[in-house]
Write a protein that binds this ligand. Structure first.
Ligand code: PGA
Length: 253
């Protein structure tokens, strides 16, 4: 079964609920109904409700940027899987590099977040990727394997069927510097082979693996042409509805 491409817009700490509504009203008419690309919007928590209302009766998916692994209790500032679901999301990110590097999420915390998300019935996008120092030291493979092993070891096939992966080299995020299509393909092919050896052919062949890091209308076509790249996790270029719609158009098979 061919993997359906996915373009996800991670808005990070941008857009109020009102700005979210304005964006979505401008964005929806730009989408080609026959596009054959899944589209996912990932606004900040306070905008999820409004986004969900604006996206009703559309095929655009809604996701959250993070979650905490506990179900409830004295965890100031945190949001549970159930809350994410109740806000209308079917998707959630776990292990985004800004969570890892700005907020100190460890591999262990990411593992617990993935568990909470999957148990909470959320389709989960696990983000992995190396820093510039790690790439220069030729540690890219070992970093990816460490992050994947920590987050995914021991998971069953049913869980893996609702998990996607985003390869996001930290040095390419928000820097304007994109990995070349070859660099992205090489890392993503390695991730797919890791899935094959750790799980099964079906997991390797069916898991969606996205590239993220300065994806723009100008580079999506070359990235998506790579055999193992199934879509993009887009930050900055998803903040403008026209640029995001052009990326989706460029990703169409
Ligand atoms: P960017 O962000 O497209 O602004 O580089 C990507 C991401 O962090 O998901």
């Amino acid at each position: 079964m061919p993997r359906t491409r996915l373009i996800a817009g991670n808005w990070k700490m941008n857009k109020t609920p009102q700005e979210t509504e304005t964006y979505i009203r401008a964005f929806l008419p730009l989408l080609n109904p026959g596009r054959n690309v899944d589209v996912l919007l990932i606004p900040a928590y306070p905008s999820l409700d409004r986004a969900g209302a604006c996206l009703q009766d559309t095929e655009v998916l809604l996701g959250a940027q993070d979650l905490f692994y506990e179900a409830s209790g004295a965890f100031t500032g945190a949001v549970s899987a159930e809350m994410v679901r109740a806000s209308g999301c079917t998707y959630v990110l776990a292990g985004h590099s800004e969570r890892r590097h700005v907020f100190g999420d460890t591999d262990e915390a990411v593992r617990r977040k993935v568990t909470a998300a999957l148990e909470g019935g959320l389709r989960t996008i696990l983000c992995v990727g190396e820093t510039l120092e790690e790439r220069k030291a030729e540690h890219t493979s070992s970093v990816l394997v460490r992050q994947l092993t920590s987050a995914l070891t021991g998971r069953g096939l049913a869980e893996m069927s609702t998990l996607s992966i985003a390869y996001e080299p930290v040095w390419a995020i928000g820097t304007g510097e994109t990995a070349t299509p070859d660099q992205a393909q090489d890392a993503i092919a390695e991730i797919r082979e890791w899935l094959r050896t750790q799980f099964a052919d079906v997991v390797a062949d069916e898991t969606l693996i996205l590239y993220g890091g300065s994806v723009k209308p100008a580079n999506i076509v070359d990235l998506i042409a790579q055999p193992d790249i199934d879509g993009g996790l887009v930050g900055g270029a998803s903040l403008d509805p026209e640029s995001f719609a052009r990326i989706i158009e460029g990703a169409a098979p």
